[in-house]
Design a protein around this ligand. Structure first.
Ligand code: KG4
Ligand code: ZN
Length: 341
């Protein structure tokens, strides 16, 4: 007999280039947490190839679920609920996870639910901290999104602003590619930046006067690309560590200052970071220092839960299943799902 307490929740993530499966016990303990990264596969192309991603997800997913069951020491029949990323992401990739979740839930006769991948990123914090009190000012920074949100309660979010062009992670990836640093570029630039002098190159800071909580990173990215082109034309060398440091300084200063200003403007004294770029060392340092100075509480996700994983999906789903939310077999992928939907 299944209970409504959701002892064992299976989480599935396949929105982009990681196939991930996790088993969450009683909403807090991870009995299994597996990620099969496809980065090696896509590296040769300088970015994610959607068709290859879907095929790789199909090859990996059943094996990962099997392994997760073994690691947790349970069988499929012990599961009380299944949660899967429904979007945003690559449609073919998402459908692999969704079809798997549906088939399992149907055959086991248990509830299942599709959750917003970006909401999953937010819940990485519930896997990283004991107690989190609402309201929170959330900065969600990933490869596809950069958004400021007021998090009023579980499942109650208000979007304040987002990027009007490149997401922060996307700018990192494009700059890294132009600098010949490979894919994905965020962590490479981050490591390089720590060895460079940010003041060595002057890069612009884009101000959006009509959109106080919006972001724009394409101007900064283009400035880096122009600088690289001009240096190449003149046959001059670029100090990659210095350029990485200058780029990182601009991105992290913008993110930090805007987040603190938004928190103050909305009378919120707790800040929460989420998404792949929340792993950035410069951003973590700047946010920590700024929150300390402003007397604000800061929630940073553990590094291992910043980038895509299924633990965060299981955790977001645990709260939503507990609140009575369910999907049926008509659930479809929502590749363009917004951050706050
Ligand atoms: O959240 P995520 O895993 O996937 C999306 O939902 O998009 O984020 C991936 C993004 C990539 O753009 C990657 O370059 C960036 O996060 N990223 C970083 C760092 N680690 C990952 N960006 C800056 N610094 C890092 N240390
Ligand atoms: Zn993600």
């Amino acid at each position: 007999m299944k209970t409504e307490t959701f002892q064992w929740v299976l989480g599935i993530e396949s929105s982009c280039d990681e196939t991930a499966v996790a088993i969450l016990h009683e909403g807090k303990t991870l009995a299994a947490d597996l990620v099969a990264s496809q980065i090696d596969l896509h590296q040769a192309y300088g970015g994610v190839v959607p068709e290859l991603a879907s095929r790789q997800h199909m090859e990996a997913i059943n094996y990962l679920i099997d392994q997760a069951m073994k690691q947790a020491g349970i069988t499929l029949q012990d599961l009380d609920g299944i949660v899967v990323s429904k979007g945003p992401g690559l449609v073919g990739a998402l459908l692999v996870g969704i079809s798997t979740a549906k088939a399992l839930a149907y055959s086991l006769g248990i509830p299942f639910l599709g959750v917003n991948h970006m909401e999953g990123h937010i819940y990485a914090n519930w896997l990283s901290h004991e107690d989190i009190a609402f309201p929170l000012l959330g900065l969600i920074v990933s490869g596809g999104h950069t958004a400021l949100m007021v998090l009023e309660d579980h499942g109650r979010y208000r979007l304040l602003g987002q990027t009007r062009d490149d997401a922060a992670g996307e700018a990192y990836d494009k700059v890294a590619r132009a600098m010949g640093l490979g894919y994905p570029g965020g962590s490479v630039i981050d490591r390089l930046a720590q060895k460079g002098q940010a003041g060595s190159y002057a890069l612009p800071r884009v101000q959006l006067k009509d959109d106080p909580w919006g972001f724009s990173f394409s101007g900064l990215k283009t400035a880096v690309l122009n600088l690289l082109n001009q240096k190449a034309l003149k046959g001059e060398d670029v100090n990659k560590a210095d350029l990485a440091a200058a780029f990182q300084e601009k991105v992290t200063a913008t993110l930090t200052e805007k987040t603190l200003a938004a928190a103050k403007a909305h009378g919120i004294s707790s800040i929460l970071l989420a998404g792949g770029v929340a792993a950035n060392s410069g951003l973590r340092q700047k946010m920590t220092a700024a929150c300390q100075e402003a007397g604000m509480k800061l929630y940073l996700p553990h590094l291992k839960y910043c980038t895509d994983n299924a633990a965060m999906i299981a955790c977001a789903g645990y709260y939503r299943l507990g609140a009575g939310l369910r999907d049926d077999l008509t659930l479809n992928a929502e590749p363009a799902l917004g951050t706050a939907e």
